[in-house]
Design a protein around this ligand. Structure first.
Ligand code: WTA
Length: 655
């Protein structure tokens, strides 16, 4: 698809109408928007019937701004809803998870009955270790079925999981465990990445040196590498879990029982523990999964190609699919583990119907070229989704044309860790789609795009994205910090939820997401805080000062670019700058994660600051993206700018 053609389409606001075939069979119709809109609380109460309750709720929303409760007089068990009830309903033999390993020819097919037994055994093991309702359990796991089992077993006991992406460092893991005083950790000895085994447990061992709250660690043997063992603290999964009774009588918990924490980056240096509670979150997950992907549980084979360490994995690998009783693919590896056509072999062999992934991955697949698609039959696909960052029209069109055969609706889904489930997206068979637009708030969700004063912008204008009414899966707060919750999300435009994203309403009133308006970066769909990376860099012994910006990047959306001033004594002056830069990159990787490692570090004698001493990030972004510099009149020392520009030029030629 040529760029000028896409440009032309954007000019004429090109849209794709739903096909008649889809429209006929779609789970919902246009009328759903109106029904939900006329009485959102009644509509959501109706959706709550998607769950099986021990005590059905009669209440919908209790709103004490900014604190919401949903379905608060209901009682239920999350794990029963995801697993046992499907067995009770006669679907025990149905595949719940078709797990594909990083390596070729290694897979596991797990039925709902088997999953039920695995979860029961794990719940019994956790009980034996002392896990009780309300406890926090950290999960630091590769993409293996035991990760899902652990999450379901934890919530089955009314405890909370705090899943930490296995790519995070020991230090990042420790700070998350400390913030919520986790009593337990579930992990694995190691994980496979493109055929290579990498250790995981040593990071846990290192983290726990500073986490006195942790009593026990449950360890899955995945790679069989040598690991250090603490006899009193560590327990092998295959010894403790596998020997447990395969039934577990679940208990019911109140709708608002705390369910999980997911740490995410904010504008300050410290990650925040986003809290979700049980019923509202589950209703959001079940409803949006069914509507946005038009799920037909009897026939669909669903694949959310994400990691359980992020919210997308929570809502659309674990809870949404299992609540809907679908068969799904869970994949351990990278897109090119075993070859660049690995994904398409999986789609073809398993007959995947629903594929959900991030724009970064689509751009990578696109870069690898269509030759890897040749000979693979992808005609089973019927809905394609994207999430995590704005999708550029070129990638959208490539996805539609080459993966979807011009035959699959593309759902560009906007949401956040905080929103719990999808908020803005077209509905297949119902809503028209446009390359690069998330289009429209889902039924039951009310959003607006507002100006600085909080007034709705007219069509054709941009502004800040806000959510104007509470919704069931909204976060209930930041762990241990209710004030930060109110301040971060509810104070900018009082009474409405401020998402931190910019958005535009086009001439038809459809929504386009424009990226973050705060100091949060989005690198390959991962949320990173500029401040957090700056803190990490400044923690390196040779660094005096650092400023980090997100510069646009063709593949990863944004990339981390750091401007750093060194504190070098006269003796150090002769040090090799390239070596220092590499040391700083490794340092960031160690302190946070390899995903936070700067793409580029630019050493500079000074950082550009305003007269009041604020670092001019906008200017640095211009420099990093090699754009003409904007207004520099407020700078204390304009010569710094030309100095930095000079450095930048030097760097671009080195690249
Ligand atoms: C961005 C991921 C544009 C946005 C589910 C948001 C998107 C942040 C989209 C949340 C999209 C997510 N189009 N931007 N379809 N989806 N974002 O918490 O900036 O990891 O605020 O949740 O990702 O990232 P988080």
């Amino acid at each position: 698809m040529a760029n000028d053609q896409i440009e032309a389409w954007l000019q004429e606001n090109r849209s794709f109408a739903p096909s008649a075939d889809f429209a006929q069979k779609s789970n919902v119709t246009e009328a759903e928007y109106g029904r939900a809109h006329s009485d959102p609380e009644a509509w959501w109460l109706e959706q709550s019937a998607r769950l099986t309750w021990t005590v059905a709720p009669t209440r919908s929303l209790d709103w004490n701004p900014p604190f919401a409760k949903w379905f608060s007089d209901g009682m239920l068990n999350a794990s029963y809803n995801c697993v046992d009830r499907h067995v009770d309903n006669g679907f025990g033999g149905k595949t719940a998870i078709h797990w594909i390993a990083d390596a070729e020819n290694e897979e596991r097919v797990i039925s709902y009955s088997e999953l039920q037994q695995m979860v029961a055994r794990c719940a019994n093991a956790l009980l034996a270790l002392g896990v009780r309702a309300g406890d926090r359990v950290a999960v630091y796991m590769p993409m293996i079925p035991e990760a899902v089992v652990a999450m379901l077993a934890i919530v089955r006991l009314g405890a909370m999981h705090s899943v930490v992406f296995a790519g995070f460092s020991a230090e990042a893991l420790a700070s998350r465990i400390q913030d919520s005083d986790c009593r337990f950790v579930v992990t694995a000895d190691g994980q496979f990445r493109r055929g290579t085994a990498a250790l995981l447990k040593p990071a846990v061992d290192e983290a726990l040196l500073n986490c006195p709250s942790v009593e026990s660690v449950l360890v899955v043997k995945r790679t069989s590498q040598e690991v250090v063992w603490n006899e009193t603290r560590d327990h092998w999964w295959h010894e403790l879990v596998d020997s447990q009774n395969s039934t577990h009588q679940y208990e019911s918990f109140p709708a608002e029982q705390d369910m999980f924490l997911m740490y995410t980056s904010g504008t300050t240096g410290k990650p925040k523990g986003i809290l979700h509670t049980t019923a509202g979150y589950l209703v959001g997950a079940a409803t949006t999964y069914s509507n946005v992907f038009d799920i037909k549980p009897a026939t669909d084979i669903c694949w959310t190609a994400a990691d359980i360490g992020w919210i997308t994995g929570h809502t659309y690998i674990v809870y949404g699919p299992l609540l809907n009783g679908v068969s799904q693919v869970m994949y351990e590896g990278l897109p090119d583990s075993g070859g660049r056509d690995r994904w398409w072999r999986i789609v073809e062999n398993l007959g995947v119907t629903i594929l959900y992934t991030a724009p970064t991955t689509i751009r990578t697949l696109m870069k690898w070229g269509t030759s890897h698609l040749i000979g693979h039959n992808l005609s089973s696909l019927r809905v394609l989704g994207t999430v995590g960052e704005p999708i550029n029209p070129e990638a959208w069109m490539w996805y539609r044309e080459f993966i979807g055969g011009n035959n699959c609706p593309i759902v560009d889904t906007w949401w956040q860790t905080e929103t719990g489930s999808i908020m803005i997206s077209p509905l297949p068979g119902v809503t028209s789609t446009k390359p690069g637009a998330a289009m429209r708030a889902l039924p039951g969700i009310t959003i607006d795009v507002v100006d600085e004063q909080g007034h709705s912008v007219p069509n054709g204008h941009g502004g800040f994205l806000v959510v104007t009414r509470p919704w069931p899966s909204m976060t209930r707060g930041i762990w241990g910090d209710p004030d930060r919750f109110a301040e971060t999300y509810w104070s900018r435009f009082p009474g409405t939820y401020f998402a931190g994203d910019g958005a535009k309403r086009d001439d038809d009133g459809d929504i386009w997401l424009l990226g973050r308006v705060d100091d949060v970066m989005n690198v390959s769909g991962h949320r990173l805080s500029t401040t957090e990376i700056e803190h990490a860099i400044v923690g390196f012994h040779l660094v005096a000062e650092a400023a980090v910006v997100g510069a646009s990047d063709e593949t990863t959306g944004q990339a981390v670019v750091a401007f750093v001033t060194l504190k070098l004594s006269d003796d150090d002056q002769s040090q090799d700058h390239a070596a220092i830069i590499e040391q700083i990159r490794q340092h960031v990787s160690r302190v946070i994660s390899p995903i936070a490692k700067p793409r580029q570090i630019i050493l500079t004698p000074e950082l550009p600051k305003t007269r009041s001493g604020k670092i001019m990030r906008r200017l640095l972004r211009d420099v990093a993206e090699q754009r003409a510099l904007g207004d520099v009149t407020t700078l204390t020392d304009p010569t710094v700018v030309s100095m930095i520009s000079g450095l930048m030029e030097q760097h671009s030629t080195e690249d």
